[in-house]
Design a protein. Structure first.
Length: 232
């Protein structure tokens, strides 16, 4: 089984990469701007039969898909699972956001995800599962927090885009779902909300994501699913 995970240099994405890297007969293409931790993980896997390919990619660059396609073709990757976990979070008041902030947030959180899926369409294995990682901030009716207007809007756009992908790709036998995550203890969360303690660790959230990526498409397609222990 071939797996592509985008946005896995740290936090939840890194933990998801660890889980898949320990699966038998699995190759993991791990995409992140910073791959230092992934390279260290690869070294610890030597001799265990797992194949991890850390690839340094900047999702803010328009050329990232060309770089990725070269790697996919070089290793003859046929992804059965694609997880789009790349994300940017900027915490500011509405009055303080700049046009550059807006463009960066929507580029990483939405635009890059669209063009990643588009670029991989010729390579997917049959019955592949595309899983995008959204946020409860972008889930309608959930609690909202000040400072996250653009982050939440971009994550909402990613989730709805995933619904549209599912409809358009069903004839290709590709399933698409989106998980709207609640808080998990990650470096990104700590940077945005210093001192906040989340109810789940990155590793715990990663276990759920990995399991859903492998089996969720048996039960769901075109769905935005909240993953949160709080109400609403």
């Amino acid at each position: 089984m071939d797996v592509i995970i985008a946005g896995c240099g740290r936090g939840i994405g890194f933990e998801v990469s660890k889980i898949f890297s320990k699966q038998k007969n699995t190759r993991v293409l791990a995409l992140s701007r910073n791959i230092a931790q992934l390279e260290s993980l690869k070294e610890t896997l030597q001799g265990e039969g797992a194949e991890l390919f850390p690839i340094s990619i900047d999702f803010e660059l328009a050329t990232f898909t060309d770089q990725l396609k070269k790697v996919v073709e070089q290793h003859d990757f046929k992804p059965s699972i694609l997880i789009y976990n790349a994300g940017l979070l900027i915490n500011k008041k509405i009055s303080e956001f700049t046009e550059n902030d807006f463009d960066r947030l929507f580029h990483v959180n939405v635009k890059a995800g669209f063009f990643l899926v588009q670029a991989m369409l010729p390579y997917f294995a049959e019955k592949a599962h595309i899983l995008t990682i959204s946020s409860m901030g972008g889930y309608q009716g959930s609690s909202k927090f000040p400072g996250l207007s653009l982050y939440s809007a971009s994550k909402g756009a990613l989730a709805v885009m995933s619904e549209c992908f599912a409809e358009e790709l069903k004839d290709n036998k590709i399933s698409v779902n989106s998980l709207a995550l609640g808080a998990a203890q990650t470096e990104m969360l700590e940077m945005a909300f210093p001192g906040f303690k989340a109810p789940l660790s990155a590793a715990q959230m990663a276990e759920f994501i990995a399991e859903f990526a492998m089996n969720g498409s048996k039960f769901f397609n075109g769905k935005i699913l909240p993953v949160s222990i709080s109400t609403p």
